[in-house]
Ligand binder design. Structure first.
Ligand SMILES: *Cc1c(COP(=O)(O)O)cnc(C)c1O
Length: 425
């Protein structure tokens, strides 16, 4: 589907929905409803994904097994709790494009980011800097700055926050390359959000990893806004590590567990320093409780605790849906759906509006960040009052994320009609 083929009409949107092979998946989600019973236009999966209908059943199964078996559920539950995280690995690896040995579900996102930096940010006086986007998510900025201070360095000197050029919102790859070229010898870690949560810009991880590795830097990404949004090809990208949450595009519920990727090349490195806990220890002897720490090969070695099964059940329910739909199929629809949104917003020909997300689909996921000049939050409140759930970022950006699993072309059309009416009121 090329952009020229779009039309700005409700009939056209409905036609696209009829032709959409993924359409039935919408029926697997609970859609929040307004007072009159009609569903909201929920375009906020970038913040909190909707609840899959099977989630309740999966969690109730664990409650039932706990009720029936008590501690024996570790072995006798329908899905035994002892190896429970392993039931998630394959589907998660598929979603992020990794090998099973490279992926684990554990902890929460910022926790995993810190655990990764314990291993992959080991500053020396010659090489102590971290490179991050200026517009990075606040938690990531706090995490990197506090790691720098923890090692006795000063973020004022050791943190490079990369800004877009004057008058631009997104970073240019050639500028990233230049910073790595010029300061790479002093950079210990390159750590970007991918896509950036604010602009929706998706970075070519393979390219950045090549530049970084050529200079001896470690390269990691926070894929909170990437996982479940678009294929990531983490293994192929060659990056050292990645972290992501499961409550955004991965629909696993508020504050649910996070994912972690460590590239296979580090899987058997016994010299790797890390914070250790019993869940990272050799499964055969874990309950021996005596032996020195013997890491499980691969990313599972970073596990600390026995995991919260109720949250894992929610992750399981969600990943089952991803396995049915297929991340590449979702991506195909997503490119169309977001392209349609872009087309309709541009067709408004309102010069107050600027989409700050890159126009090239390769450089974005499903989210578009729509900047409205001279707007304030009242615009967003008007849109909300008309039944849209999206996301406002100060000073003047509405983030809209049509999610291919549960959003429709008709919803995208109706959203833009509401935006138009609110802009002109
Ligand atoms: C959502 C998000 C977070 C949130 O971190 P939690 O530890 O899950 O609270 C952090 N970083 C990025 C880039 C995010 O998008």
């Amino acid at each position: 589907m090329t952009i020229q083929a779009y039309e700005s009409s409700l009939a056209f949107a409905k036609k696209l929905d009829e032709d959409d092979p993924l359409r039935p998946f919408r029926g697997q989600f609970h859609l929040p409803v307004q007072k009159d019973g009609t569903p909201y236009l929920y375009l906020c999966g970038n913040s909190l994904g909707l609840q899959p209908k099977p989630t309740r059943i999966q969690i109730e199964q664990e409650l039932q097994d706990w009720q029936n078996y008590g501690v024996e559920g570790h072995f006798h539950a329908k899905l035994p709790w002892m190896p429970y995280h392993e039931f998630l690995t394959e589907a998660m690896a598929e979603v992020v494009g990794a090998k099973p040995i490279e992926v684990v579900v554990m902890n929460t996102l910022t926790v995993n980011l810190h655990l990764m930096m314990v291993s992959f940010y080991r500053p020396t006086d010659k090489r102590h800097k971290i490179l991050i986007e200026y517009d990075a998510f606040p938690s990531d900025k706090y995490a990197v700055a506090s790691q720098i201070r923890f090692h006795g360095y000063d973020p004022a000197e050791s943190l490079i926050e990369m800004k877009a050029r004057e008058g631009e919102e997104c970073l240019r790859m050639e500028d990233i390359q230049q910073v790595i070229e010029e300061q790479g010898d002093e950079i210990a870690l390159i750590m970007f959000g991918n896509p950036n949560y604010y602009t929706g810009q998706f970075f070519n991880m393979k390219q950045i990893a090549e530049w970084g590795h050529a200079k001896g830097c470690m390269v990691g990404f926070d894929c909170a806004h990437g996982a479940g949004n678009r294929p990531l090809h983490l293994h192929e990208s060659g990056i050292d590590f990645a972290v992501w949450c499961t409550y955004k595009y991965l629909n696993s519920g508020p504050g649910s567990l996070a994912g972690c990727f460590v590239h296979e090349r580090h899987a058997h490195d016994k010299t790797m320093p890390r914070f250790e806990g019993w869940w990272g220890h050799n499964k055969e002897t874990r309950f021996g409780m005596r032996d020195g720490f013997e890491p499980i090969p691969g990313v599972e070695a970073w596990q600390l605790s026995n995991p919260p099964i109720l949250s894992m059940a929610a992750v399981k329910a969600s990943l089952d849906i991803f396995a049915q739909a297929g991340i590449e199929n979702l991506r195909k629809k997503s490119i169309q759906l977001t392209g349609f949104l872009e087309y309709l917003v541009n067709a408004l020909k309102d010069d107050r509006i600027k989409i700050i997300t890159p126009t090239n689909p390769d450089e974005r996921g499903c989210q578009l960040s729509i900047q409205v000049r001279n707007a304030d939050k009242s615009l967003y409140e008007q849109i909300t009052a008309k039944g849209v759930i999206a996301d406002w970022r100060e000073p003047d950006v509405i983030r809209v994320a049509p999610v291919p699993l549960y959003n429709t072309f008709e919803e995208v059309y109706r959203f833009v009609e509401i935006l138009k009416a609110s802009l002109n009121s």
